[in-house]
Design a protein around this ligand. Sequence first.
Ligand SMILES: [Zn+2]
Length: 300
Amino acid sequence: MAIRILSDRKLVVLGASLLSATTILMFGIHAAETRPPLSSVQHDNASVSGVVPEQATHAKYTGNPNSSQEAGTPTAPAVQPSDGRTAGNHPEAAVQQGKPGPVKATKQVALTFDDGPDTKYTPQVLDILKQYEAKATFFVVGRQVVKHPDVLKRIHEEGHSIGNHSWDHANLTKLSSNQIQKEITSTDEAIEKIIGASTPLVRAPYGAVTASIKRNLTSAGHQLVEWTVDTKDWSGTASADMVELVRKRTKDGGIILMHSFGGKNGNLDNTVEALPLMIEALKQDGYAFVTVPELGVKKE
Ligand SMILES: [Zn+2]
C-alpha cells in the first residue's frame, strides 16, 4: 500500500517555500474568520495549521445556474497546443526537444479535481482525461454526490480515484468533532452507496485542518491529502498561466490542485482549456498521470 500522504516534515518544507505567501495570507485568515466560508467572493485562503491553503470561495453550491452567462463570454484567446509543448525556456523541454519519439514517463504526478461532481465541468474534465488516458483523483462534496450520482459513477468506472471533500464544503476547523464526523461520514456513505466502495482519502476544504483534526481523521482510518501545486484555477487564472505555473512547480510525486465545479461565477472554462495543454506539457517533461493512491507505486 503506497498511498502517499504528505508528511508533516514535508509540509514544513512546503510551508517554508510558501513563506512569503503565508505572510500575506495571515491577513486573509483573520479576515476569513469573520465571515462564513461560502459567502465570500474574496480569496481568503483559510489555513489554520500552516497547511497549504485551498481557495476559499470556489464552490457556490447553491449558486445561480445562470451565473456563467452573467459572467459573460470568456475573452481570453484560445491557446494553441503547441504553446504547451514548447513552453519557452523550460530546461527539461529543451533537453526533450533533442530526443526523437515519445518521451518515456519516468516521473509521477497526480492531477486532482475538487468540489464536484457536477454536470457541466466534471464531464468535460473526464472527456479530456479519457482522451489522454490519464488518471486523476476527484475530491467530491457529499451534497454534489447525491445530486449527480451518475457523474460520480462515471468517475469511478473510468478508473479515477475518489476522495471525500466533506458534505457541504465545510471549514472543519469551525466545527465540533461530532460535526466533523458527520461531514465526513455522511459523504463517505453517499460515495459508497453509489460506487459500492469506500474511500480512505480526505481533503479538507480550504486545506483547513488543525493538528487534532488531522489526528482524529487519521486514527479513524482516513488519509489526509493535500497538494503541492495550486493552480488557483477557480479564480479565473488564464489557462496559459496555469500551464506555465504547473510546468515550473511540478516535481516527481507532485499533487496538482484544480476544480471540476465552482469557480468564480461558477466558471471553470480556463481549467478545461488548460487541462489538455497541461497534460501535454507534463508528458513532455516525462510525467505519468496517476491517482493519489498510485503515487509512489512504480509500474513496470
Ligand atoms: Zn474545495
